[in-house]
Design a protein around this ligand. Structure first.
Ligand SMILES: Nc1ncnc2c1ncn2[C@@H]1O[C@H](COP(=O)(O)OP(=O)(O)O)[C@@H](O)[C@H]1O
Ligand SMILES: N[C@@H](CC(=O)OP(=O)(O)O)C(=O)O
Length: 781
């Protein structure tokens, strides 16, 4: 039985390497009976269109060039993908087909659709042969045997029967997109980008459950992500809006894609064949997702006024010109938006019923929820005016605005329009993990911050996560009653339950705030990123994970235009990461950072003057809650080692934890055994410290526990351990409990830049997390 239809567009088949990736996806995501619909490789259809035009103009030089180009491209794919007999056979057929094209053209028998069909035929054949070489039981179908049209109308019953007869239930069926046949057996095409439509038609005829459109972006965005870096990827888009987007000429989905899904439960998703891990955009039934905002551009169009325009006309004309058409009524007239290149054909079709109203236009369309349209219309016109663009024609309709202009809306203007029109009033979902001291204060401070940031975004707390329990409400958890709600409604925590709940969220932005100290939780970061979540961590584990893992995470964060903030993982609320980033962005070069980055070790060393034995100070600090439950965790220096690694990576220095030399603030043997073992041997700690203090004093110094990072031309020194610090040194006069960062750089070479203050404490740390959230929101604007 056919369950899934996968469609791979030209962008997914642009090279032999891309075919290999597609085969990998097929191996992983299909089962026997499924169909794989393919478009022409890369820009092959464009090249075939040029070839057709050259034949019309009888431009022999260009014809020869294009034929050579097509031949070379296909040979290249066949050579790289196929072997032995299969390769020889494919090359032979290609050669015969190109000769036939030439022959038909010479005898005046070549037809446009028949020529264009070659792109899809070549792709399907090569892919099926390549799959067979990988031992996949694959067969190839020419869609002209599956889809028949009569006078432009698909013969649904006949086609359903043809599909039932031909689609193999025990094989992977590779099907040509874009093409069909008419009742006379001639080739017809379904319009440019029509393979999406082929896929949904096939899903309807085969009663499939799901269609997946694999393309070169990660889904459907608020605008073209290639033009606007801040384009927002939507997790869900309603069919109506997707349809409108397509009708207005946006290429991400073909205009007719949705019609075969009407009154069916077939699921449709758009996802990236370049980044298989990335989550998809699901195109869902009306009412199953909130209405979103989009902006799409139009280029080289004419506006016609047509008398008595019927749906039949639209179907015929769009078939004739191979392009989607948009029409609307205004002041009693019916307007038709047509690509300028096809205006002549369209006017002839209407035989006197159509006149050009405006020509050579460009412009944009904004799609938005009904209630936002009037406001956005005014704003959009004002914005265009302020950039010296006067719309020549404007139309406001239910759910969209169309603004047609003389100038092309380039990426710069599109970005500005996107910032001001689309990037407003969006929702941010917050998931807070770790509800300890800092987590609680963070949530208490949240209501003020939500208010403060509400001009641009509506922030909703949707998830609260503890190690054993979690509370998730996609509509928002009341910030003031979160504790009671958590007590009453929290369910058992499982990683997968959390991931599923996040995947289901229909928000423009999602942020995971990790205030846990859990290594296990940090291992979920790649999953969160795949679901397009931004990250804010107080947790140090991800920032200090092994280089390969860390780099892979950073890469997928930047590929998805996401942000990761972790200012509080070093120095709690102190703006250390801000300072380092700012210095580097301003052209400075940091050469050295030395300091005390642990509140506990700062307190212990600064307090110790020999009057109270060191182990008693440790016990006092433990009692006051300054230490980890087992204070040896602090004394080991590992926490400072992690912080130094985070700082080093912030400066672009590639280190792993083990590259930072570490000596503990205790004798090595005390690190082993239970806490009680430690207590019974604590005198060893006291003599250890006494001995160091004595040596420090002999050097007119005091005992401190410091981290040091020195970056020279060819060498990096990174160490954490006991240091004897001169009485005159800034580290010597450190307030007990404070952190200090002494930074030397090109600009701060003799006189260091010093950042000092409390490096722990729930209020300052929670405020630091809010500072990251504030930064993040500013950068989403
Ligand atoms: N709102 C949008 N969301 C996603 N992609 C868009 C959007 N607007 C324009 N695009 C463009 O659509 C392209 C995908 O369409 P197309 O090139 O036809 O893909 P395929 O070859 O896979 O059929 C993307 O590369 C992207 O530049
Ligand atoms: N190859 C056809 C049909 C198609 O759907 O292509 P793509 O999937 O690459 O948009 C075209 O270029 O119009």
């Amino acid at each position: 039985m056919t369950k899934n239809i996968h469609k791979f567009g030209g962008s997914s088949l642009s090279s032999a390497q891309r075919y290999k990736s597609v085969a990998g996806i097929i191996l992983e995501h299909t089962q026997p009976g499924d169909c794989v619909v393919v478009s022409a490789a890369g820009k092959t259809t464009d090249t075939l269109v040029k070839l057709w035009q050259s034949y019309q103009q009888q431009d022999t030089h260009v014809i020869a060039d294009i034929l050579l180009q097509l031949n070379n491209h296909q040979i290249d794919l066949i050579e790289q993908l196929l072997q032995a007999n299969t390769k020889r056979n494919a090359l032979k057929i290609l050669n015969e087909e190109l000769s036939t094209i030439t022959l038909l053209a010479q005898t005046g028998q070549l037809q446009e659709a028949q020529l264009l069909a070659h792109g899809e035929l070549w792709s399907a054949r090569v892919l099926a042969a390549y799959l067979q070489e990988l031992n996949v039981d694959a067969c190839v179908h020419d869609a002209r045997a599956l889809f028949t049209l009569n006078d432009g109308q698909l013969l649904h019953e006949q086609n359903t029967q043809q599909c039932a007869n031909l689609i193999a239930h025990n094989k992977i069926n590779v099907v040509t997109g874009f093409i069909a046949a008419n009742t006379a057996g001639d080739t017809v095409t379904l319009g440019r980008n029509g393979s999406d439509y082929s896929a949904t038609l096939l899903a309807n005829y085969c009663h499939a459950k799901q269609v997946c459109i694999w393309t070169d972006t990660q889904g459907v965005f608020s605008t073209d992500p290639r033009k606007v870096s801040k384009a927002i990827k939507y997790a869900k888009v309603c069919r109506g809006q997707a349809n409108l987007l397509a009708r207005l000429g946006n290429p991400v989905l073909h205009a007719k894609t949705l019609s075969p899904l009407k009154n069916t439960d077939i699921k449709l998703s758009v996802r990236s064949s370049f980044d298989v891990q990335a989550s998809s955009t699901d195109i869902v039934k009306e009412g199953s997702a909130k209405q979103k905002r989009f902006i799409t551009t139009l280029q080289n169009i004419d506006l016609l006024i047509v008398e008595n325009l019927s749906e039949g006309d639209i179907a015929h004309v769009s078939q004739l010109i191979q392009h989607s058409l948009h029409h609307f009524s205004q002041n009693g007239e019916t307007y038709l938006v047509v690509p300028a290149i096809s205006t002549h054909q369209v006017i002839s079709y209407f035989e006197g019923r159509a006149n050009i109203n405006e020509s050579s236009l460009h412009g944009c369309a904004v799609i938005a929820p009904e209630q936002d349209i009037s406001k956005l219309d005014l704003l959009a016109i004002n914005l265009l005016n302020s950039h010296a663009i006067e719309p020549r024609f404007a139309h406001q309709d239910s759910g969209y605005i169309l603004l047609l202009t003389d100038q092309v809306i380039d990426s710069d203007i599109l970005s500005i329009l996107h910032d001001k029109l689309i990037n407003k009033g969006q929702e941010i979902a917050l998931i807070v993990a770790g509800l300890g001291n800092v987590g609680e204060v963070f949530i208490e401070q949240l209501s003020t911050q939500v208010e403060r940031l509400s001009d641009d975004f509506s922030i909703k707390l949707v998830g609260l996560v503890r190690s054993q329990k979690m509370l998730f409400n996609p509509n928002g958890i009341g910030v003031s009653q979160w504790k009671t709600q958590f007590q009453l409604e929290a369910s058992d925590y499982q990683n997968q339950t959390l991931l599923n709940a996040i995947d289901e969220l229909d928000y423009e932005h999602k942020v995971i705030v990790d205030i846990t100290a859990s290594e296990k939780f940090s291992r979920l970061y790649p999953d969160f990123v795949e679901m397009d979540c931004h990250l804010i961590s107080a947790n140090k584990y991800a920032g200090t994970a092994p280089t390969n893992w860390y780099k892979a995470l950073r890469t997928s964060i930047s590929e998805r235009n996401l942000h990761w903030r972790y200012n509080t993982s070093v120095g709690a609320g102190l703006p250390i990461n801000f300072a380092l980033a700012d210095l580097q962005h301003s052209g400075d070069k940091i050469t050295r950072i030395e300091g005390v980055f642990s509140g506990t070790l700062s307190w212990l060393c600064s307090k110790y003057d020999g009057s109270i034995i060191f182990s008693d100070l440790v016990l006092e600090a433990q009692k006051m809650g300054f230490t980890e439950p087992d204070p040896r965790e602090d004394l080991s220096g590992r926490d400072m080692q992690r912080k130094l690694l985070i700082l080093a990576r912030e400066l672009g220095v590639e280190l792993n934890l083990e590259d930072i030399s570490l000596s503990a603030l205790m004798p090595d043997e005390l690190a082993q055994g239970s806490w009680d073992d430690f207590l019974s041997k604590k005198s060893q700690l006291d003599s250890f410290i006494q001995e160091h203090a004595k040596r420090a004093k002999a050097k007119n110094s005091v005992l401190r526990y410091t981290g040091l990072l020195e970056i020279a031309e060819n060498e990096v020194i990174a160490k954490v351990g006991i240091a004897y610090v001169l009485q005159s040194d800034v580290l010597a006069s450190l307030t007990p409990g404070d952190n200090i960062f002494v930074i030397n750089s090109k600009w701060y070479s003799d006189n260091a830049l010093v950042i000092q203050g409390p490096g722990a404490g729930k209020e300052v740390t929670a405020a630091g997390v809010h500072s990251d959230l504030y930064w993040l929101v500013q950068n989403l604007r």
